[in-house]
Design a protein around this ligand. Structure first.
Ligand code: ADP
Ligand code: MG
Length: 308
């Protein structure tokens, strides 16, 4: 009842004077019939009621205006945050593309420049070897050592190039590239690697994102996890593509942001730029799970299934 009255007072400010005028008329009638004390009392209470209602209405109006101000400030903030997040996602994507381009350029230079220097050094070594044939055993031994060193440099060059620009990914596809990554990881670490990779092909960008995510997660496991087992999965579920890397190591608190640690942050932005989500689940002593979900729209065009 009071609320109704309040809203009426607010919507029609002339209601209050109208009530007062009506009351005065009523009182006048009562007074003309001789009931002065009743009339005076009623007049005082009515005026008090009207004043109270007006005051309350003004307060409510002020409160609503303040709420509207807060709401519009919130909306503006929300808009700014959304816009900044979109800008950051774009920037990350741009930086990642620039980074991949730079990696490609470096890989090309290593392949061409270092490759030709190595070839020429090997040729020289072969010529010297033929000149030394049957003489200077000391020099021959040195030369054999030099050839070995050149071969090691060649192998290192190939490894660096593969790391910079995973040729397996472009030539053989995601699933095979991940199988190779699993195999290499098993070879260089004491960790038991369990690989469950479905033969899925994604669009090139998405394949690179998944590959780099697994690479980063595996690097982190090597550096920090002290794990005994690692599970690497790639699967197509009903409505999304999921890639995950889990370990049974020492774990960590994902909410404690480490300064200057951009591996996990970079992962999240790259996954989100592909329309996906990234979950990092871990706590001290409980191992870690990095789970990435991508929409099925990232699947490559029809029938593009990795032959494995
Ligand atoms: N699998 C893991 N096990 C234990 N700790 C981890 C693991 N992955 C990440 N971390 C912790 O999270 C931090 C952030 O990782 P990351 O963002 O990749 O940065 P960076 O590798 O450059 O340190 C690491 O410094 C490490 O403390
Ligand atoms: Mg890292």
């Amino acid at each position: 009842m009071a609320t109704n009255l309040l809203s009426v007072l607010e919507r029609r400010p002339f209601t209050a004077p109208l009530v007062v005028v009506t009351t005065v008329l009523l009182l006048f009638l009562l007074a003309s019939e001789g009931s002065y004390s009743v009339a005076a009392l009623s007049a005082a209470s009515l005026i008090a009621l009207v004043l109270f209602l007006r005051q309350t209405a003004a307060l409510a109006r002020q409160q609503r205006e303040a709420q509207q101000l807060v709401q519009s400030a919130n909306d503006r903030l929300q808009f700014d945050v959304t816009q900044r997040t979109a800008q950051l996602t774009d920037l990350t994507q741009h930086l990642q593309t620039a980074r991949e381009d730079e990696r490609n350029r470096l890989a090309r230079e290593l392949h061409d420049e270092l490759g030709s220097l190595l070839t020429s050094a090997r040729l020289d070594a072969a010529r010297i070897k033929s000149r030394l044939a049957g003489s200077a055993p000391d020099a021959q031994e040195r030369l054999a050592h030099l050839v070995e060193t050149l071969n090691s440099i060649g192998a290192m060059k190939a490894r660096i190039i593969e790391n910079l620009r995973p040729s397996a990914l472009t030539l053989l596809g995601l699933a095979t590239a991940l199988q190779i990554l699993c195999r290499e990881f098993t070879e260089v670490s004491d960790i038991e690697v369990h690989c469950a990779i479905e033969p899925i092909r994604l669009r090139p960008n998405a394949e690179l994102v998944v590959y780099r995510l697994v690479q980063e997660a595996v690097n982190n496991i090597t550096k920090y996890a002290q794990a005994r087992n690692v599970w690497i999965k790639l699967a197509l579920n009903q409505d999304e593509v999921q890639a995950s890397v889990r370990d049974d190591g020492i774990g960590f608190d994902p909410h404690t942001a480490t300064r200057a640690a951009y591996g996990l942050v970079g992962m999240r932005f790259r996954v989100e730029a592909e329309g996906g989500t990234l979950a990092i689940e871990s706590s001290p002593g409980q191992g870690a799970l990095i789970l990435m979900s991508l929409p099925v729209s990232t699947l490559a065009a029809a029938a593009a299934v990795d032959p494995l």
